[in-house]
Ligand binder design. Structure first.
Ligand code: TRP
Length: 391
């Protein structure tokens, strides 16, 4: 039996209930339907296959925010996709380079991220899972798109400012010293647009903070289509799929997102945390001193964060969860959150620890993924080169 099959057979067995329910629930064919009004005014509803593309940076072990905000949704999309939908998930090493990285650590993180994607239940036989840096077409298209991207548009993006600020541990974006800005970080959104457009992707599941990048991507697609006309527009305008209502906040400072760059290790829960670490981090989460629990993100962000983590872990509505704790204390809530989080991560954690040892298997998955990715983008790039005149 090939390693692929071993993985597929074994993976669901070790997944925690939250992830298991994700896998066992019946697959619902749910491709996006597009409604177009036909000549006679009657509505014709057609289901068009989707091309879903998303990416994650290999910058360390994912935390609960990455798991609930992104990866869980990738797995859900895989579960709910109709058979003709294409799912493409990339580990974006070139994006990681836009901030300084230690080469040894990056190399480990890059391989670990592949193990994580498999450990949470992405199936390399269903989804294309690959390293961005193993498909040179992304870089080629990024260069071409750079040449039609107005500087002013990039300057208006807020993400490079906040990334710089976060990397320098500055309190806010206005403290950022632009002399530290490299050209790569500045054109980061153009590379992201290239990632998406190289596959002619139609749907991009990413968090709220990425909205502006998707808008730029649509602008670039439109601008390319207009400038380099062919029989039909080359690039579809991709849609932003808001992946999650669960935006996980820092456990120590619920006014900011849970983040990899915070110096306070207690502010985030990592996929590799032990059950004791999960318990102690949740126990030390900042809450308030009001009696009883209510879901009120404005005035009680700490409690609201714990409630939405719990709701996301158990796949329930946050208000329903909050009602259960109306007469209870923060201690009860924290105990249950810790248990739910442990339940969520224990399967993927065990699978990750197992898979990260299987380097030959990971290499095989990466190699096959990159081959599939390049095969998908080759015809698109051929058309791009023809349209711009580099033939
Ligand atoms: N910028 C994304 C993030 O920080 C990662 C990313 C890179 C991405 N390329 C992408 C996401 C293409 C979606 C599609 O989360």
């Amino acid at each position: 039996m090939s390693l692929f099959h071993q993985h597929l057979r074994r993976a669901p067995a070790v997944l925690s209930s939250a992830w298991r329910s994700l896998h066992s629930r019946q697959t619902v064919a749910r491709s996006i339907t597009t409604t177009s009004v036909a000549q006679n005014g009657s509505q014709e509803v057609r289901a068009r296959p989707r091309v879903v593309f998303s990416g994650i940076q290999p910058t360390g072990i994912p935390h609960l925010g990455n798991l609930l905000g992104a990866l869980l949704n990738w797995v859900k999309l895989q579960r709910d996709a109709s058979p003709e939908d294409q799912l493409i998930y990339s580990i974006v090493g070139w994006h990681a380079l836009t901030l300084p990285q230690d080469p040894k650590a990056l190399s480990v993180a890059r391989r670990d991220m592949l193990a994580v994607l498999l450990a949470v239940g992405l199936d390399p036989n269903r989804s294309v899972i690959f390293h961005q840096d193993e498909n040179p077409h992304h870089a080629e298209l990024a260069w071409i798109l750079n040449c039609i991207t107005p500087m002013g548009k990039l300057r208006r993006m807020t993400t490079w400012k906040s990334r710089l600020a976060a990397s320098r541990n500055a309190r806010d974006d206005s403290e950022v010293d632009e002399s530290l800005l490299n050209a790569g970080l500045f054109t980061y959104p153009v590379l992201q647009a290239a990632d998406i457009l190289a596959y002619r992707a139609t749907h991009v599941p990413v968090g709220e903070d990425q909205q502006q990048h998707i808008e730029l991507c649509r602008d670039l697609a439109e601008s390319f289509n207009r400038t380099f006309k062919g029989k039909r527009a080359l690039f579809p305008l991709p849609q932003h799929v808001i992946t999650s209502s669960c935006r996980v906040l820092s456990l120590r400072d619920p006014s900011s997102k849970m983040s990899k760059s915070s110096p306070d290790l207690n502010s985030r829960i990592l996929l590799t945390d032990t059950p004791a670490q999960v318990r102690s981090k949740i126990r030390s989460a900042v809450t308030d001193s009001t009696l009883g629990i209510t879901y009120d993100p404005e005035t009680r962000p700490g409690a609201a964060n714990l409630l939405s983590i719990l709701a996301a872990c158990t796949d329930e509505d946050v208000q329903v969860v909050a009602a259960r704790y109306a007469d209870k204390g923060h201690g009860d809530l924290k105990g249950d959150v810790a248990e739910a989080v442990e339940e969520l991560i224990k399967g993927p954690r065990a699978e990750f620890e197992r898979l990260r040892q299987e380097t030959a298997y990971l290499e095989e998955v990466a190699k096959k993924g990159a081959e599939k990715a390049r095969a998908l983008t080759e015809p698109v790039m051929k058309e791009v080169r023809t349209r711009i005149g580099l033939v």
